[in-house]
Write a protein that binds this ligand. Structure first.
Ligand code: FEO
Length: 168
């Protein structure tokens, strides 16, 4: 494996691992605020990022390179609110997509077609991740100032919780 490819893949090891840490920090913040559903989603996302990082580690080592596990900067501890938190998740995923695209570009330039082929999985994965975060943001926008989404869910649980006959 060429040095330039090894280096850019190691850069991605650091970025995927940081993504995992960032989502865990966000999960921890949301959990302490009582948002257990959102915390679960973020913890799960953090696990996925760890898996992404490991894919890079195994790929680098498998191609005769040396995967380096980095020291990481501390992610933010506090977040303003759920909406801005998800805006930050989307922004972070767009940054990761751009970084994956750098690998696509460099592997092509370096004629490393194995890496070019291997990295396509991440291209699709990024597409999916951005779409799923965007879907959450769209839902959050529905919530608006009037908590319509929560209200909608409440209504649903009231319907499924009782018999159709009504009564006390
Ligand atoms: Fe592994 Fe969400 O980027």
């Amino acid at each position: 494996m060429k040095k330039s490819i090894e280096e850019i893949c190691n850069r991605q090891v650091e970025r995927e691992l940081y993504s995992s840490l960032l989502y865990m920090a966000m999960a921890s913040w949301t959990e302490t605020r009582g948002y257990s559903g959102i915390a679960d989603w973020l913890f799960e996302q953090a696990e996925e990022e760890k898996e992404h990082m490991l894919k890079f580690v195994r790929y680098i080592n498998g191609r005769g390179g040396h995967a380096i596990l980095p020291a990481l900067k501390q992610p933010p501890v506090e977040y303003n609110d759920i909406k801005t938190l998800f805006d930050e998740v989307l922004k972070h995923e767009q940054y990761i997509s751009a970084s994956i695209n750098d690998i696509v570009e460099l592997s092509f330039k370096e004629k490393d077609y194995s890496t070019h082929n291997w990295i396509q999985w991440f291209v699709s994965e990024q597409l999916e991740e951005e779409a799923s975060v965007q879907a959450i943001i769209d839902k959050l926008n529905l919530v608006g100032d009037h908590n319509m989404y929560i209200f909608d869910r409440d209504i649903l649980s009231m319907r499924t919780g009782g018999d159709s006959g009504g009564g006390e």
